[in-house]
Each structure stands twice: as C-alpha cells, then as structure tokens.
Write a protein that binds this ligand. Structure first.
Ligand SMILES: Nc1ncnc2c1ncn2[C@@H]1O[C@H](COP(=O)(O)OP(=O)(O)OP(=O)(O)O)[C@@H](O)[C@H]1O
Length: 277
C-alpha cells in the first residue's frame, strides 16, 4: 500500500519552497455568481522535492499552479515561497506549459539564448550557455534548426532548456509532455529526472496521467473534482532513486502504488463524468 501522509504542512526550521495555506480561488463571470474553482486547501513542497498533482479534468490543477506562479491572486489564503508571502510574479519559479513557448522565427539556439538575454546577459555568454543547455537536453546537433524543423519531442527539449538555463529554484510544470506520444513522454520523463538529479529543484508537476506522476515524483497529490476542488490525498512514492521513468513502471511496487492511488482518483474522475454527462 502507498503511504497516505497527513495533509497538514510539516513544521520545521526549514521553510518550504512553496507553501499554500487555505487557498481559495474564485473566477468572476459576468452576470453570474463567482465560480468557486478551488475551496480552501493547503499544500507544501519542500526544497528539492518532486511533487505531482493529479486530478480529474477541469478540477483546478492549472489554477492552483497559476496561483503558485503568481499569475492569479487567490480570493483567500496565503501563498509563500521560501517563507516569504508571494507578491506579484514568482521570481524563483520557471514555468513550463503544455503549449510550446518557442518563437518560430528563431533557431533552437536563439530561442534558448534569449531567455538569458532578456535578463541582461551579454549575447556571447548567453549563446555559450544555450549551447551547453541544448547539449544537456540532447539537441547538440540541432542548434541551428527552426522550430518547424524539429519534432514535437525536440521542441519540448528546447522548451526545457529555455526554462532551465535561467536556473530557477522552483520548476512549475503544467502537463508539459501532454501533446507527445506515449513513448516520447516516457523518454522526456527520463530526461527530466536526469536533469533534476543534478541539482534537485523543487518541482510541482501537473498531469492527468497517474502513471507519469508516480514514475517521476516523491509525492503524488490527488485533487478532488470541482467546483470547490481541494487536495484530498497525499501519497508518498517510496520507489528508489535514481529511477528511469520508463523502466520503473515494470516494478511490482509501482503496480501496488498505482492500485492504491487509483482507487481514490477514480472516484473523483467518475464524479466529473457524472457532472458533464
Ligand atoms: N478564467 C476563468 N474564468 C472562469 N472559469 C475558469 C477560468 N479559468 C479556469 N476556470 C474554471 O476553473 C476550473 C478549473 O480549471 P483548470 O484549468 O484549473 O482545471 P485543470 O484541472 O487544470 O483541467 P485540465 O486537466 O482539463 O487541464 C474549470 O471548471 C474551469 O472552467
């Protein structure tokens, strides 16, 4: 059985990388009462921890991530980053979305270098770092390709390099491998784990794919069906590291963990389909 750990944030001298306390999020829709997307809910991500959020479609996973990114302000509750109340955009975080953020008129090299240039890094230094990062994501031979000359998986690698070159302390990932085929998703997962093992950032990873969440994470959080969604499960994943995001799925322990968590997730997924039917 996977261990279910209490939802209360751990107390201790070290501040969490991210801590949400009793966060509630509402959307105003003209002529209607506010839509209460997220009910008061709490979560904490420790420094160096890889945490996934899984939940039924439309429950509020991206909304929660956007609150951590500082892209939207909760109606109630606290967002803290390394112990400091978040005001405005989260400067410690790099954000990787499902959609590509690459510029079609720039080569892979320029797409990655620009992430440093807009921070004031000189052109030559930015190009040097971009070459290095593209090498680390396996695109050392594709520096001068334009996005339309790259596969979907290769564009994702460019996106990953664009975010990582800025060395954020926290990585926010919203279905980052969503549009890719199953095999490429697993390869990207393995690449992400390899890169993460180097300097263990705090990661908050949103996915609808429970297998992907278990393969990558230290903890998997389950979000209930909306409206007024909240975190209802917090499962520690005790699979050894280093892990290969593809091979780990054949491990017997993986199946036990999957079975334990799926029971809880399935109930929420069924509620969502009932609502939309
Ligand atoms: N700007 C907005 N205005 C009104 N409602 C919104 C807005 N953004 C999101 N919502 C609603 O809030 C709820 C949560 O949306 P969110 O995108 O966070 O879900 P999700 O769990 O990430 O979904 P999916 O897995 O399908 O990507 C949904 O019911 C959505 O319709």
């Amino acid at each position: 059985m996977a261990t279910v750990i209490p939802l209360k944030p751990a107390q201790g001298p070290t501040a969490s990388a991210v801590r949400l306390t009793d966060i509630a999020i509402e959307f105003r829709i003209k002529g209607r009462p506010p839509y209460k997307a997220v009910a008061p809910t709490s979560l904490a991500v420790a420094d160096g921890e890889f945490v996934a959020i899984v939940g039924p479609t439309g429950c509020g996973k991206s909304t929660l991530l956007n609150a951590v990114a500082g892209l939207l302000k909760p109606a109630a509750g606290k967002v803290e980053v390394y112990g400091q109340a978040l005001a405005g955009l989260n400067a410690e975080a790099g954000y990787l979305f499902q959609q590509d953020a690459v510029m079609p008129w720039k080569t892979a090299l320029d797409n990655v270098a620009i992430a440093l240039e807009i921070k004031g890094v000189g052109r030559e230094d930015a190009l040097g770092a971009a070459r290095d990062w593209l090498g680390r994501v396996g695109l050392g031979r594709f520096l001068d390709r334009y996005p339309h000359q790259l596969s979907g998986g290769q564009r994702k690698r460019v996106g990953l390099a664009q975010v990582l070159i800025r060395q954020p302390k926290i990585l926010l990932m919203d279905e980052p491998f969503g549009p890719l085929d199953a095999q490429t998703r697993q390869i990207m997962g393995s690449l992400l784990l390899d890169l993460w093992a180097g300097d263990r950032k705090a990661v908050l990873f949103v996915t609808h794919d429970l297998e992907e969440a278990i393969a990558l994470s230290d903890r998997v959080l389950i979000m209930s069906a909306g409206p007024e969604a909240r975190i209802i499960g917090d499962h520690r994943i005790d699979l050894a590291r280093p892990r290969d995001a593809a091979d780990i799925r054949t491990h017997p322990r993986f199946h036990d963990i999957h079975k334990a968590i799926w029971g809880q997730l399935r109930a929420e997924v069924i509620k969502t389909y009932g609502e939309e039917a």
